[in-house]
Design a protein around this ligand. Structure first.
Ligand code: NAD
Length: 382
């Protein structure tokens, strides 16, 4: 099969879907491989490395004009028009954006949205949400440490003692856990909250303290179990009690990292303006939910994010607190983010490339069925 890898054109996107490492493997599997010139440049993967791996360096039309196109982000309409009807596309295609998927279907593409893979053990090696969230959690803490004007670790020096930074992590999925682990490595004292009861053990195993908000009703217990490992919106009563507990911790925190998301919905507001006002001057909030609007609020007021003062794509200072609204943290760790993403893609291809090297679509495979979002002119998921 002829596989194409275009350069990403979305603003700020530095990642690439195939690295020289995975290029070599695709070529060894007998595929033809075209890489758009400069596609890996921002991820420290020069054209020469791809050429050495056996790929052909082409222009955008050459990269999009293949049987299978591998991308990080969904192509623009102009880029989609460069693809052949009947060709296949795999990437992070935004499976909750029905209109975007409709355009891919209308172009006659077979499209796989890799974010839609189930969170199962078998899907782990191709789980792009996990591989990228892990990087986001790490980079969030590194950015916070950079912006914070004090030390993270406790230091005893001849000039006196410096207290350890207090870090609060809200939302303890993949990104939150890595944020805790990274802050711990830097010597911070950490507290964390999540709606899912399973998060407690994970938080404690990393040496952080879980902010306990007991469930008081069957409705709360049931909602907290979530669906397929993901959170569901919690009843208002529990959220109010969580907010009271979180407010106490945030007032004492030096750094707050928020990562709370509910798939397909607006991110919950966990750090209110009053909480920001209660923080010490020089504190830092990194809001990983920045810009994550759910489809339900796409015409409404919420701007996305776990804090209403977050501005997507910007770092602002409000009430003396620095609030980071970076929307693509993995792109700030371009080389490793690409390396992990490219391995996820390579593993996914094992499911959709047949023994003869052509595309096969096995809808009895739960991963393939979940990721296939457009086929034969139809959107398969909204
Ligand atoms: P996510 O990015 O969808 O959300 C981040 C976190 O925010 C989640 O832990 C969620 O529970 C939490 N959250 C939502 N609303 C909240 C609120 N009001 N207050 C506090 N926290 C709130 O999550 P994710 O990182 O994609 O992980 C989702 C789940 O999938 C987790 O259970 C994770 O362990 C699981 N997972 C499983 C696998 C696997 O088995 N292969 C792989 C990756 C993740």
């Amino acid at each position: 099969m002829l596989i194409g890898v275009p350069a990403e054109t979305l603003a700020g996107e530095t990642r690439v879907a195939v690295t020289p490492e995975t290029a070599k493997k695709l070529v060894a599997q007998g595929h033809g491989l075209r890489i758009q010139a400069g596609a890996g440049a921002a991820a420290s993967a020069p054209d020469a490395a791809y050429a050495a791996a056996g790929a052909e360096i082409t222009d955008a039309a050459g990269a999009f004009g293949c049987d299978l196109v591998l991308k990080v982000r969904r192509p623009s309409d102009a880029e989609t028009a460069l693809m052949r009807p009947g060709a296949a596309l795999a990437g992070m295609l935004d499976p909750f954006d029905g209109a975007g998927l409709q355009r891919l279907a209308a172009a006659g593409l077979t499209a796989f949205a890799l974010e839609a893979a189930p969170r199962t053990t078998r899907a782990q090696s191709m789980d792009v949400l996990s591989s990228q969230a892990n990087i986001a959690g790490y980079k969030a803490v590194v950015l916070a440490a950079n912006l914070y004007q004090r030390f993270f670790p406790m230091l005893m020096t001849a000039a006196g003692t410096v207290k350890a930074a207090r870090v609060v992590v809200l939302g303890v999925g993949v990104a939150g856990l890595q944020a805790i682990a990274t802050a711990k490595r830097l010597g911070a004292v950490i507290e964390a909250s999540d709606v899912r009861p399973a998060a407690r053990e994970q938080v404690e195993s990393l040496g952080a303290k879980f902010i306990d908000v007991p469930y008081e009703t069957d409705e709360e217990r049931e909602a907290a179990q979530g669906t397929g490992g993901y959170a569901r919106p919690m009843p208002a009563g529990w959220l109010a009690r969580q907010q009271a507990e979180v407010a106490k911790r945030v007032a004492q925190a030096d750094v707050v990292v928020t990562t709370a998301l509910i798939p397909g919905r607006a991110a919950p507001v966990l750090v209110t303006e009053a909480m920001v006002q209660s923080m010490k001057p020089g504190s830092v909030i990194v809001d990983l939910a920045a810009g994550k609007k759910g489809p339900a609020d796409s015409t409404g007021a919420p701007a996305g994010g776990n804090c209403p003062l977050t501005e997507a794509g910007r770092t602002v200072v409000r009430h003396g607190v620095t609030i980071v609204g970076e929307t693509n943290l993995p792109a700030l760790v371009a080389a490793d983010a690409s390396a992990l993403y490219a391995r996820n893609v390579l593993d996914f291809l094992k499911l959709v490339v047949g023994p003869g090297g052509g595309l096969k679509i096995d809808l009895d495979d739960d991963i393939v069925a979940a990721c296939l979002v457009a086929h034969a002119g139809e959107v398969r998921r909204k």
